[in-house]
Structures are given as structure tokens and as C-alpha cells.
Design a protein around this ligand. Structure first.
Ligand code: PLP
Length: 420
């Protein structure tokens, strides 16, 4: 069986036949249960990355397994020329839970953002300006990439979609200045993921709503990484009370299968007509049924309360660790979404954590990023804090030049205390 191939053989085949888009870590997870992963050599790990925010119920969750088994007896694909019940059922649940009005299904986060840009253009014809945030991440296709505020991702592919202005996160004055009556849409992640886990303040989101209303721009919240329970409410925007015109979702939505969604509000009503947009695979019946199972489990096992409770306690433990460890510059996040900004490269620390049984992610050069499953037991976090301390004590790597943490830096820039 292909599953039994040795790690070396797997890597050799990829080197020969797979396009080198990923700088993969030499880690070969082969099985998992709950928040545990087992690699090809039988080593076990706590999975604190959850497939980059996908596996919110961990691995082999009984509800997902049961749903998948049930669905395997049904149609694997139904063309979007025709009807199947699962899209409407999942769409209704997302619409009712968010307070928006309609759902469109696609296959990924980047596709959700592409669709959102097209819907915003239809709602605001003739206005092509877009405002997004420095260090944001919205995907890799031309539209989504054009909105991504990380130059290294964009530069090799320029020229991109024109008319995008980037502003610093949480800087209300900069947003005021950038958005005009030519702006089509403002695109924000309520908690920025790839940018290093930077929560946007409630005041900032409220200001964005005000500015969008004043200029007639569409307000789009990309909740692909921070949505669907990650920060303790089903949608991150619900903590601010600021309702956007469009929300984009993906990652955990399909229970591990590819599924993205765009939720649209009043501003988009009536503007999207048949033929304007579509996809062959979007809203696949199995993925939508798994999406319903994810929502059922979040609801019936009171996972939001758990995310809040563990998040609050864990955040406190990380802050305490920061006071003991000078190599931790800043700790940011909420719920099950945490960034630990270091004064040194995060990759080496992530490698050392893996050697001690923890799978974590990184963001930017110096942030350890945690996006664990919502079912992760408290013990995993207790052990993680102890092991991170151990690893940081052992690490003698040269610190990066000492700078304020990203969130502090943005606040200082916004307040005019320092310039960029
Ligand atoms: C906030 C955000 N938007 C968009 C995307 C792109 O999603 P996908 O990789 O599913 O295309 C990501 C992926 O990391 C993301 O974190």
C-alpha cells in the first residue's frame, strides 16, 4: 500500500514529480485521533496546528467519520446545474447564525475571496479601488494575492490587480485617509492570521464600518482563519458587534474536505445574477454534510464555551511565560488562535518543539502560531508551556534585532509615536 512507503521514498517521489511550491518540513503524519498525530515511525505528537486551522474537531472525530460513512452511499458529486439538499441546509445554518442573508459555496479560502471581490464589484459598479492591510493574507490567486499585504508573496507576480492600497492594521486615521468614494471594498481579517496573529480592535472594526458607510464601500471580513469558532464566537465579528457586508469562510468548514463560503448581506441583495459566478465543485454534497456535522458538534458539545475557557486560561499562562522568558517579545490572540512573537527565528524553535512532540506553525519570521483543534485537552497546553520554556532556555540562537512586537509597533505607528 502507498501508505506503507517509507518517508525517504515519499520525499524522493515528490522531489521527482511534484512541483516545488512548498518548502515542506520532513514530517510524515500517518494517523491521528483527537488532537494526537502519529508519524510514520510511530512517534506521537500534540497537534497544535490542526492543519492550519482546518481540523477543529481533531482527527477521526466520530461524528465526521459517521457522516462520511453515511454520505459514501450517496452521490459524490452533483453538478451546480442541479439541486441537492445539503447546500441549502448548510447555507441556511450559516445565514441564520451570522445574521447575513445568503451563502455562496466554493472550494477554498482564496476562491471565497475571489467571489467576494466579484460580488462587491457588482454591488459597486465602476468603483475599483480596494483597501487592505499590511501583512494581511487573503490567498494566492491574482485577486486574492493583490489584496495580500506581504510583498514577498506579491512581487514575483506583478503586475497584479491594480488599485489596492495597503494601510497599517489598527490605524484608524490611515484607513480614513485611504478610503474614498472611489473605493469599492475594504477587506479585513478581524484577527490577522498569517500576519502573526494580530487582533484588530473593536474600535478599528467599528471605524471601518463607519468609513465604509460614509463612502459607500463594501466591508468584507475574511474569517477564513479566524472564523467558525476559532476565537470563541462562531464568527469573529460577533465580538465587536460590527456586521460586515460580506464574510468569507473556508478552512474548517468542510470538516477537512475542501469547502469555502461567501456570506452576503443587504448590500449584495439582487446584484448577483445567474452566470455572474460559479464553480464545478463548490458546495459538494459530502463537504456540505460534513460542514453541518462540524456545526452540530460545535453546538452540541458546547465547544465555543470550551474555546473561550481554555483560551482565557492558556493566554494567561503564555503571558506568565513571557514575563519569565525575555526571548518572548509579545503574546497575542484569543480562544484557540495564538501568536507567540520571539526575538529570534521561529522556525528553529518550531523544529525543536516538534522534536519534543508538538506540532506548531509559524507566521512571519519570528512568530510561533498555534491553531489547535477545539477539542485539545488542557494537558496538551500545560505540557506545551513547559516544553516551550525548556526549548527557549536551551536555544542559544542569535536573537533578531530587538524590536517591539507587531501589535505594539502598529499601535505606536498609529499614535504617531514612531514612524514606519
Ligand atoms: C485569512 C485567510 N484568507 C485566505 C486564505 C486562503 O485560503 P486557501 O488556502 O484555502 O485558499 C487563508 C489561508 O491561509 C487565510 O488564512
Amino acid at each position: 500500500m502507498l501508505h506503507d512507503e517509507s518517508p525517504d521514498a515519499v520525499e524522493a517521489r515528490e522531489r521527482n514529480f511534484i512541483l516545488g511550491t512548498y518548502a515542506r518540513t520532513s514530517f510524515h503524519p500517518r494517523s491521528g485521533k483527537g488532537a494526537r498525530l502519529t508519524d510514520a515511525d510511530g512517534n506521537e505528537y500534540w497537534d497544535l496546528l490542526g492543519g492550519i486551522a482546518v481540523n477543529v474537531l481533531g482527527h477521526q472525530h466520530p461524528r465526521l467519520v459517521k457522516t462520511l460513512r453515511g454520505e459514501s452511499k450517496s452521490l459524490f458529486h452533483v453538478s451546480n446545474l442541479f439541486y441537492h439538499p445539503a447546500q441549502g441546509i448548510l447555507g441556511e445554518r450559516l445565514v441564520r447564525a451570522s445574521g447575513l442573508l445568503r451563502a455562496f459555496f466554493c472550494n477554498s479560502g482564496t476562491e471565497a475571496n475571489e467571489a467576494a471581490l466579484k460580488f462587491a464589484r457588482l454591488a459597486n459598479p465602476g468603483r475599483s479601488g480596494l483597501v487592505a492591510l499590511e501583512e494581511s493574507f487573503h490567498g494566492r490567486t491574482f485577486g486574492a494575492l493583490s489584496l495580500t499585504g506581504h510583498a514577498a508573496y506579491r512581487t514575483p507576480f506583478e503586475p497584479l490587480v491594480p488599485g489596492v492600497t495597503f494601510v497599517a492594521p489598527n490605524d484608524i486615521a490611515a484607513l480614513e485617509a485611504a478610503v474614498t468614494d472611489k473605493t469599492n471594498a475594504i477587506v479585513l481579517e478581524p484577527v490577522m492570521g498569517e500576519g502573526g496573529i494580530i487582533p484588530l480592535t473593536h474600535e478599528y472594526l467599528a471605524a471601518a464600518r463607519r468609513i465604509a458607510d460614509r463612502t459607500g464601500s463594501i466591508l468584507i471580513f475574511d474569517e477564513i482563519q479566524c472564523g467558525l469558532g476559532r476565537t470563541g464566537t462562531l464568527f469573529a465579528f460577533q465580538q465587536s458587534g460590527v456586521v460586515p457586508d460580506i464574510i468569507t469562510l473556508a478552512k474548517p468548514l468542510g470538516g477537512g474536505l475542501p469547502l469555502g463560503a461567501v456570506l452576503t448581506g443587504e448590500a449584495i441583495e439582487g446584484v448577483v445574477k445567474p452566470g455572474h459566478h460559479g464553480t464545478t465543485f463548490g458546495g459538494n454534497p459530502i463537504a456540505c454534510r460534513l460542514g453541518c456535522a462540524v456545526l452540530d458538534e460545535i453546538e452540541q458539545s458546547a465547544l465555543l464555551a470550551r474555546v473561550n475557557e481554555i483560551g482565557e486560561w492558556f493566554g494567561g499562562e503564555l503571558q506568565k511565560l513571557r514575563t519569565r522568558m525575555p526571548s518572548i517579545v509579545e503574546v497575542r490572540g484569543r480562544g484557540m488562535m495564538w501568536g507567540i512573537e520571539l526575538d529570534r527565528p521561529a522556525k528553529e524553535i518550531a523544529t525543536a518543539l516538534m522534536a519534543k512532540g508538538f506540532v506548531v506553525g509559524t507566521a512571519r519570521d519570528n512568530v510561533i502560531r498555534l491553531l489547535p483543534p477545539y477539542i485539545t485537552p488542557k494537558k496538551a497546553f500545560v505540557d506545551f508551556v513547559a516544553v516551550l520554556e525548556e526549548v527557549l532556555v536551551e536555544d542559544s540562537g542569535p536573537p533578531l534585532s530587538r524590536q517591539p512586537g507587531a501589535a505594539v509597533l502598529h499601535t505606536q505607528i498609529a499614535q504617531g509615536a514612531i514612524s514606519k
